[in-house]
Design a binder for this molecule. Structure first.
Ligand SMILES: NC(=O)c1ccc[n+]([C@@H]2O[C@H](COP(=O)([O-])OP(=O)(O)OC[C@H]3O[C@@H](n4cnc5c(N)ncnc54)[C@H](OP(=O)(O)O)[C@@H]3O)[C@@H](O)[C@H]2O)c1
Length: 329
């Protein structure tokens, strides 16, 4: 019998362990065109918090009492499809469980890049693509720009730092705590801001970018977004990727410097990574090249065992990860 995590109750504020429950999945028979996958790596991502609310969004909410979904990489152990063989390593969305039975049409064989399979849940996967296209397409960042990125020690943020440096930009990253800041610096960031220190982000950013910023890659919202507005140059571009600061509180963001976007013609654009899924080949080619050249560093924070899935997920909101947060089954 396969096991999966389900949502028992819709969290109010920060989710609690009691909001989750393990359930058994009876999937003994394999239908036509289906494959059985032994999941090896499971992804936890901040967007999953939004799926715990019963609201209309770009992805449907998790159904109470049913197996949750999320990115996963696993090995095919049984196949009723001619295109997928036993032993193939595949990427799919039936995560939060140890074994998945899905239609072969819903799985993707891992691209032939020289990286461990779990990289396709991080730097070479959805978060990496988010950073890559968010920076280069949404914010239209180019060589010579000064880029500010929040949550810079996370999966998306650490990709933004490294791609920006590889493309000739000046990068300021913010992260929580000295250790994470040191890691962001080691990725090549020109300056780092410890937003948990006593110095307000708006002051620290003014010191780190005395000539202002051309691009802000927002993963956090709140105080970070306001600081970016305060220091935005003429025609600055903001790629609004996430606002983790308000995912649990739902608090209204106070933006003292919002009016600066008028005089400085600042462009603020939200985006969802799926807008760029049809450009995956381009992403793998460019990122694959940077990996082969040793330009990119990859880091993961790994929790061991399906039981630890809620711990890993909750850790995203308390800074428990450096690089990509993963669960190894
Ligand atoms: N638009 C899209 O298509 C898309 C796709 C993927 C991800 N996203 C968004 O991108 C952002 C980053 O996602 P990720 O997967 O790369 O996660 P991540 O950055 O690897 O993990 C979350 C990190 O956010 C930081 N954080 C948590 N609460 C915070 C707060 N209140 N203020 C400041 N920082 C906080 C923590 O780092 P510290 O220790 O530094 O605080 C934590 O490690 C999220 O907002 C996510 O929703 C959007």
């Amino acid at each position: 019998m396969a096991r999966a995590w389900s949502l028992k109750a819709r969290p109010q504020g920060m989710p609690k362990h009691t909001d989750f429950a393990m359930i058994d999945l009876d999937q003994s028979t394999l239908g036509a065109g289906e494959v059985r996958i032994a999941n090896r790596w499971l992804s936890v991502d901040p967007y999953m918090r939004g799926r715990m609310n019963d609201v209309k969004s770009y992805v449907p909410p998790f159904a109470l009492g049913e197996a949750m979904q999320g990115g996963a990489v696993g090995e095919v152990v049984e196949s009723n499809d001619d295109g997928i063989k036993v032993g193939d390593m595949v990427l799919h969305m039936a995560g939060w469980r140890d074994e998945a039975v899905v239609s072969a049409a819903q799985v993707q064989k891992l691209p032939p890049l020289d990286v461990p399979p779990q990289a396709f849940l991080g730097q070479l996967g959805m978060p990496g693509m988010t950073g890559y296209f968010g920076l280069l397409q949404v914010a239209e960042a180019k060589a010579g720009d000064t880029v500010f990125v929040s949550a810079a020690a996370g999966a998306v943020g650490s990709t933004v730092v490294q791609v920006a440096k590889a493309k000739g930009m000046t990068v300021i990253g913010s992260a929580g705590g000295a250790e994470k800041c040191a890691w962001v610096k080691s990725l090549g960031a020109d300056a780092v801001i410890d937003y948990k220190s006593d110095v307000p982000v708006v002051k620290a950013l003014g010191e780190a970018a005395p000539k202002g910023i051309d691009v802000y890659f927002d993963n956090v919202g709140g105080e970070h977004l306001d600081a970016a507005l305060a220091h935005a140059n003429m025609h600055a571009r903001f790629a609004v990727c996430g606002m983790i600061d308000v995912y649990n509180s739902g608090a209204a963001t106070q933006l003292k410097y919002l009016a600066r976007l008028i005089g400085n013609r600042v462009q603020i654009r939200g985006f969802i990574v799926s807008d760029y899924m049809n450009r995956a080949e381009e992403f793998y080619k460019d990122m694959g090249g940077m990996l082969a050249a040793g330009t990119l560093k990859r880091q993961e924070t790994v929790h061991e065992g399906l039981e630890t899935m809620p711990d890993a997920f909750l850790g995203l909101f308390s800074g428990g990860n450096t690089g990509k947060m993963l669960v190894k089954v």
